[in-house]
Design a protein. Structure first.
Length: 349
């Protein structure tokens, strides 16, 4: 495990070469020092994972946070619950006593997740096929859920689609495919369930999973940024309008958390991960279990006074990217001495 420095290719034209080079180095080393930024790449059973030394201060706690039974007699509906973060949230809610209904397009994936989670927790997880882009399919899915469990207490709008793409390469259908899943899908699920809950005089907690760039916008994921911003406007608006019916609406904006669905579409070569981690003050990616604990809290009765909240959950990445002078983290002590001398020696303006 000898550290190998590979941080030399500094110019844009060297990008491809450095991609290939870092791939080759990663293929033959266990631990790679990326030079001044002090990023480390570990290989565990073929999985690549970077972290900074200071991430030791921010070790994740992945155990379940809420008391056992916090979700007894509750029903939770989670879109995209078969994979990634949706699966992690379903696992935690189920472990806490909820009966869960997970919905997405791929029934086999849902069924496998449902079987695995319910065999671990002893609580029922139901799999319902549903393409959230189709309002009639959403309505049929809710009919099915009513038969299985009754109306839910907790709704988590987590399903999404995304891919990196320069906007000049984006087709109208590419735009539509993302915005239909993210914005229209969330709206169809929320309106269908909201109306039925209101008719039945039953309150519920709605949670939407957006992302940090819903606030800032971001190039190269423009349909996703636009749709997630729309979801946030939808949820903040309904928090104001539907409190009178017993509904709460909250939002989590996650930063990068490794899932196959996200990383295969946003970082297909695996190269951007190290620059992401380099700008995260806590020095590591988030963990699905950490996000799931936050979602479980926000959707629980412990958070009954919480509505209209937007929780950024990103290890500090957003503020780190935003501050004009944050790059000065890279300045060494000796360089600071020099800079301070220069500044102090300035006379007048
Ligand atoms: C790091 C911190 C911030 C992270 C934020 C993360 C946010 C996320 O949302 S991650 C979630 C990622 N998960 C997924 O995307 C899962 C679901 N995704 C999919 O199913 C697909 O990727 C897709 C969204 C494309 C939908 O699949 P579908 O089968 O319905 O669509 P297609 O027929 O394949 O494509 C529809 C049109 O989009 C064009 N397209 C697809 N991929 C690309 C691409 N990589 N680049 C450019 N265009 C693409 C495709 O060509 C179709 O358009 P057209 O050819 O004009 O018909
Ligand atoms: N991982 C990360 O770093 C981050 C993730 N997020 C957000 O977290 C959420 C989960 O993402 P993640 O777990 O990483 O990725 P996944 O790809 O694993 O999750 C996306 C889920 O959405 C479902 N889905 C996609 N299209 C539809 C559709 N038309 N109808 C119903 N379900 C659909 C997919 O299931 P199926 O294919 O079966 O339909 C899949 O289960 C998303 O909202 C994403 O934007 C936000 C910031 C960072």
């Amino acid at each position: 495990m000898v550290p190998v420095s590979v941080g030399q290719a500094g110019n844009v034209s060297g990008l491809l070469l450095s991609l290939i080079l870092s791939e080759q180095v990663q293929n033959r080393t266990d631990s790679v020092d990326f030079g001044p930024s002090q990023l480390w790449c570990h290989r565990f059973a073929g999985l690549r994972s970077y972290a900074t030394p200071h991430s030791q201060f921010f070790a994740p706690s992945e155990g379940i946070m809420l008391p056992a039974g916090s979700y007894n007699n509750k029903v939770a509906f989670i879109t995209g619950g078969g994979t990634g973060l949706g699966r992690a949230m379903t696992g935690v809610l189920s472990q806490l006593g909820a009966q869960c209904v997970i919905a997405s397009r791929k029934l086999e994936v849902l069924q496998q997740t449902a079987t695995e989670i319910s065999s671990q927790t002893g609580n029922k997880v139901h799999a319902v096929q549903c393409d959230v882009r189709d309002p009639q399919a959403v309505s049929r899915c809710v009919d099915q859920m009513v038969e299985l469990t009754g109306l839910p207490d907790v709704i988590i709008n987590n399903a999404a689609g995304n891919f990196i793409c320069p906007s000049e390469r984006l087709s109208a259908n590419g735009w539509k495919s993302i915005t239909d899943i993210v914005l229209n899908g969330t709206a169809f699920v929320t309106l269908e369930l909201g109306k039925r809950l209101i008719q039945n005089q039953k309150g519920a907690s709605f949670l939407a999973i957006t992302t940090i760039y819903a606030e800032s916008g971001s190039g190269f994921v423009v349909p996703s940024a636009s749709a997630k911003a729309g979801v946030e406007a939808l949820y903040k608006s309904l928090a104001a309008e539907w409190g009178r019916y017993g509904h709460r609406f909250n939002i989590i904006q996650p930063g990068p958390i490794r899932t196959k669905g996200a990383f295969s579409r946003l970082d297909p070569t695996g190269t951007f991960e190290k620059s992401m981690i380099g700008r995260i003050p806590t020095g590591r990616l988030g963990k699905p279990a950490e996000l799931a604990n936050l979602a479980a809290y926000l959707s629980s009765d412990y958070a009954s006074w919480m509505s209209g909240a937007v929780i950024r959950f990103d290890g500090g990445e957003y503020v780190s990217m935003a501050g004009e002078f944050n790059e000065l983290r890279k300045v060494t002590d000796d360089q600071w001495k020099m800079l301070e001398t220069m500044i102090r020696s300035t006379k007048g303006s």
